[in-house]
Design a protein around this ligand. Sequence first.
Ligand SMILES: O=P([O-])(O)O[C@H]1O[C@H](COP(=O)(O)O)[C@@H](O)[C@H](O)[C@H]1O
Ligand SMILES: [Mg+2]
Length: 574
Amino acid sequence: MDTNIENKVNQWLQGGFDAETVAAVQQLQRGNPDELADAFYRNLEFGTGGLRGIMGVGTNRMNKYTVGMATQGFANYLKKAVKGEIKIAIAHDSRNNSRYFAEVTANVMAANGIKVFLFEALRPTPELSFTIRHLKCQGGIVLTASHNPKEYNGYKAYWDDGGQLVPPHDKNVIAEVEKIAGIDEVKWSGGEANITAIGKDLDEAYLQMLKSLSINPDIIAAQHDMKIVYTPIHGTGITLVPEILKRFGFTNVQVVQEQATPDGNFPTVVYPNPEESEAMSMGLKKAKELDAAILLGTDPDADRVGIAVKDLKGEWILLNGNQTAVLLFNYIIEGRKKKGLSGPTDYVGKTVVTSDLIDVFAAKNGVRCYNVLTGFKWIADMIREKEGKEKFICGGEESYGYMIGDNVRDKDAIASVAMICEMAAYARNEGRSLYEQLIDIYVKYGFYKEQLISITKKGMKGADEIAEMMRSYRDAPPATINGSPVVKLYDYQLQQVKDLKTGATEAINLPKSNVLQFILEDGSKISARPSGTEPKIKFYFSVQQPLAAAKDFDQVNTQLDERVQKIIKDMKLK
Ligand SMILES: O=P([O-])(O)O[C@H]1O[C@H](COP(=O)(O)O)[C@@H](O)[C@H](O)[C@H]1O
Ligand SMILES: [Mg+2]
């Protein structure tokens, strides 16, 4: 065995870990050397969304010790970076061990003399972001692995603006964590008096803020009985989604009862991820039965939301994250304009792998649109940088995350559900459906079609394979894809975009990231990047074409679909 792994394993066998942990390590040693290597070959790292890993023993797993060491490192850094009193807020989702890890985190922070506001029970991630700002904390943590499978848990870490850690703070926290030689350097307990339970008051403040986001409350009043089906998929959404819909004025909200109870085993789904059609199937069934206007489903920590609506033939379809983002951004931009709320410095934010249709209609409406790297923390980072200079309106990304206004600095499914329902009510009031609305946008600005493929490659070996795939695309980019020449190559690792015809290069003004984008002569765009939260490599496809009239929708839709399939085939991804 690798000596690095061996050393770490020995440390866990001898270093004062509890008997149960030691026994579990020994059992892996005896029965499952591959699993043992995977559990110890590296330390859990801060990725796109903080720490995330499978629960179990080992340095590469989520457990009391890795959570405790991360927290001690975070505490050490906070103490160095902040002058005066330090306050932090802590929340958790419905996963197994989330409450326990939240208590471990609270105890370690408190034992370090930090004042802790700990939510009394599960709450949505965006509420934690709001709470940091509301209570003027210097940082915060949510114990959640978001939409990952049930074996996972995670640790989203926040700074004083309510956004997840970005450089230099993320690197600095990690450096502090790495300095911790062993678990006896962690202050596990002794500061209990520093912990204050929070709950209802924060809910109230957050809900009131959300209510103020409504653009057309009068239209909701007219359409209050629009039938809405909602599923929290056993997560935290149940704590606030029904309540915000009520406060927005909706009176006909049906919750999918079988998925209403928070449960870390997510017993009715394979993955608690609204991106997966399977996770939405129970909701869909109910929406069909009730002949609802819209179905919405949120992930366990209620920061992402998936929706389903009826298409032109009256069949239910799940919209992807780009389609929802397009509808939502368009509603907010146009709605603000109509209400006289827009201003000269208005801007929206999205990630580089999110539909370029948003850039197009934002520009046509006099709103700036900025692109950042994947990860909502980059949208939050941008807001902080532009604070006082430009006005943030909304943000979003293809992976079902949206943010409205800047009172929360992470994606917010509570706000999104309310706004999406308002948008559906608005369309309904005009005698239109959201699907028709989407087609109208395509006719006006161009038909953009996107698809995502994720290839799962688990463990140490999988990570190497993913790195190798990226390396070979980088070293030998394809000359053509689906018969169309690759004309531009964006390499975010090199921070440069290269015109492959002239050889000219331009700088990309974003932090380094392992992302590649191929732009084809026919306007198609293919992006590749390793996921920062799951053992996956992700490919994003985007094709486009003008749409002359709504009646041509089916035909152009088929053509664009075929183009995507051909690209996928040509790249040998299926
Ligand atoms: O997982 P969440 O919902 O907390 O969300 C986090 O991870 C998602 C997936 O990232 P990746 O493609 O690197 O796996 C990102 O899109 C999102 O911005 C980030 O906040
Ligand atoms: Mg989530």
